[in-house]
Write a protein that binds this ligand. Structure first.
Ligand code: OAD
Length: 226
């Protein structure tokens, strides 16, 4: 069986990371437009860098939970298993997932806007940081896909969705495209489509099957019973 899994902020909630839409539209006390758009970065790069430096530092105090571990184990079970995450944390890789695509980028990486080199962030990222590849000063930004930017790996993800037998969406509200459109593509490809979430997401009616509850309970249970 060929499996594609999509995860969102809900899978990391029980590790202690905030989701986006469960807090009156505020995310870590900021409006998303203040910190997660290219315009915000042009307007106030210090604020945006500080915001992501804090979120990056926060990763040190959180651990993968049972849902991340269950997905890493499930990967061993199937002929083909692709994990696509909208999350920018590193909890899937720390749990042991290998075939993993971060479609919205990664907190622990930086990208140079001049030479496009992507590298690991050591310590904090500052507005005056120097690119390790081209030595450009002040050209580094968090390697995060902001609103209005194109998510990564779309060709690979589309190919996997069109060829999968099972598509499972976990801990995502289904409110941000293109990820929100994956269930329709999987349905059109003839795959079985399943939503695992705390509560019905925006796309509830698109899924053929659903199981609601905390990710640490439902993810292991679902894959354990396959
Ligand atoms: P959201 O905050 O929109 O949705 C999180 C979902 O997780 C909600 O449907 C919650 O009900 C559910 N949830 C909360 N706690 C849970 C738990 N313990 N177990 C299972 N589910 C739980 O987050 P995303 O859908 O990930 O994009 O948001 C998608 C994108 O919007 C993000 O990647 C980010 C954001 O703006 C960018 O930064 C580009």
């Amino acid at each position: 069986m060929k499996v594609v899994v999509l995860t969102g902020a809900g899978i990391s909630a029980e590790s202690g990371l905030s989701t986006f839409r469960d807090n009156d539209g505020l995310w870590e006390n900021h409006r998303v437009e203040e910190v997660a758009t290219p315009e915000a970065f042009d307007r106030n790069p210090e604020l945006v860098q500080r915001f992501y430096n804090m979120r990056r530092a926060n990763l040190k105090s959180v651990e993968p939970n049972a849902a991340h571990v269950a997905l890493a184990q499930a990967e061993q079970q199937f002929e083909s298993f692709l994990l696509v995450t909208q999350n920018v944390d590193d909890l899937h890789e720390r749990a042991g997932s290998k075939n993993l695509l971060h479609m919205h980028g990664e907190l622990l990486k930086q990208r140079c806007v001049q030479c496009h080199d992507v590298s690991e962030i050591i310590g904090e990222l500052s507005v005056n940081a120097i690119c390790p590849n081209c030595d450009g000063v002040g050209s580094l930004r968090p390697d995060i896909v902001w609103f209005g930017e194109m998510p990564y790996f779309m060709d690979d993800i589309m190919a996997a969705l069109m060829d999968c037998d099972l598509f499972v969406s976990i801990g995502t509200s289904g409110s941000v495209y293109p990820a929100a459109g994956f269930v329709q593509i999987a349905n059109q490809s003839g795959a079985r489509t399943v939503e695992l979430n705390l509560e019905p997401g925006d796309l509830q009616s698109e899924f053929q099957q659903a199981q609601y509850g905390k990710a640490t309970a439902v993810v292991g249970e679902f894959f354990g019973n396959l």
